[in-house]
Design a protein around this ligand. Structure first.
Ligand SMILES: *Cc1c(COP(=O)(O)O)cnc(C)c1O
Length: 387
């Protein structure tokens, strides 16, 4: 089956649900059993079948199966948020005395979890240059259990050489955990590139409508129980409504991403001609520093990118952003609506120097590209008027 056919069919069994096209929302806490024998059979493996609401219902399982299939992994585990998927994955492989290598470009809350929680439990973290490739080898210590990659990086979009990093990590016995939210399961196939655990902030493109929080962990059979048991032990789970919304969003992911990307490309072409812009951070552009590896490993790009402004006083940036008509300011991304966000890369990293100044992240939504360009154009005019 080709990808667009799989995305329509993955995780769906209408014949098991009266012919209903979408997996229904099964809500549950209690699940009842007709005999002691069946009740006690779950003692051996409470994760195989419908046992208790916290471990998932058929709605959850449908989403887990669909994402695992699309990512090319064996098993999916749905979590209440993308961040929960990240923290449960890290906790599954780390214990007191261990060491983790984390890409310097990771999503901010991933960094906070390492610095504020893992540290408290005696796990040491080292941040590394995301562009390090197989040069990561000397950073791996005898107690390094996890190498965490995020490619391209949150906000700054460095493309990591994941196969090279994975090769070195595996030789030293560490697992590679990837935050694959940008590429989605469609544009980067983690398990074909040496990744052991892949995370989706399904909140973003998979849900696609800015109205649900959800994360999915995907892995191979070999690591499944380690992660599943960790999630169960700390009570991490996901809600069936959110899984339903993610399944619904998933069916249109492919066509939405095409449009997000086409619009992002148009915005980039226009931004390239603007004096205010120092440079653009978007691996799909041929001139981007990460383009070669992106082209080698990815099959597409969504509509999320950043650009670095030439030196501009904050009040001028504020004058631009405070009055945008179509680009709303807010966290998250991946919905149908365009978003804009200022950020300051220098403040977000500890292992790499970042010389560029104030930067702006754009999520190109599904609006008309010309309208979006006009909104940006008026924004730059306000910026210049405030100089
Ligand atoms: C938003 C985001 C997350 C976290 O997802 P939530 O569902 O908001 O918890 C993780 N990684 C990346 C790259 C993100 O952008």
């Amino acid at each position: 089956m080709k990808e667009d056919t799989r995305i329509v069919n993955a995780g769906r069994e209408p014949e098991e649900n009266s012919g209903i096209v979408n997996p229904p929302i099964y809500r549950a806490s209690t699940v009842t059993f007709p005999s002691v024998e069946i009740l006690e059979s779950f003692d051996k493996n409470p994760f195989d079948g419908v046992f208790y609401g916290r471990h998932g219902t058929p709605t959850t399982f449908a989403l887990e199966e669909a994402i695992a299939e699309l990512e090319g992994g064996d098993r999916g585990i749905a979590m209440a948020s993308g961040l929960a998927a990240i923290t449960v994955s890290l906790l599954a492989f780390l214990k007191s005395g261990d060491h983790a290598l984390i890409a310097d470009c990771v999503y901010g809350p991933t960094r906070h979890f390492c610095d504020q929680v893992l540290k408290r439990y005696g796990v040491e973290t080292t941040y590394y240059d995301p562009l390090i490739g197989d040069g990561i080898e000397p950073l791996l210590k005898a107690n390094t259990k996890v190498v965490f990659v995020e490619s391209p990086g949150s906000l700054t979009f460095e493309v990591q050489d994941i196969p090279a990093i994975a090769k070195v990590a595996h030789a030293k016995g560490a697992v590679v955990i990837l935050d694959n939210s940008w590429a989605t399961p469609l544009y980067f196939k983690p398990f074909a590139h040496g990744v052991d655990v892949s995370i989706q902030a399904a909140t973003k493109y998979i849900v696609g409508h800015a109205d649900a929080m959800l994360g999915v962990i995907t892995t191979q059979e070999q690591h499944y129980m380690t992660i599943r048991k960790t999630a169960a032990n700390i009570g991490a789970c996901s809600a069936p409504e959110e899984c339903f919304l993610a399944l619904r969003g998933l069916r249109t992911l492919s066509i939405r991403l095409e449009r997000h990307c086409a619009t992002a490309m148009k915005l980039c072409e226009w931004l390239k001609g603007q004096d205010e812009v120092e440079h653009i951070l978007y691996p799909a552009l041929t001139e981007d520093a990460g383009h070669a590896i992106w082209k080698r490993d990815f099959t597409g790009a969504p509509g999320l990118f950043s650009f670095v402004l030439k030196k501009t006083p904050k009040k001028a940036v504020v004058a631009m952003l405070d009055h945008m008509k179509l680009f709303a300011m807010g966290y998250s991304w991946g919905g149908y609506e365009s978003l804009i966000l200022p950020f300051y890369p220098k403040q977000l990293r500890t292992a790499t120097d970042w010389s560029g100044g104030t930067s702006i992240r754009i999520h190109a939504g599904l609006e008309d590209a010309d309208d979006l360009i006009q909104d940006l154009d008026e924004g730059f005019k306000r910026m210049n008027a405030a100089l």
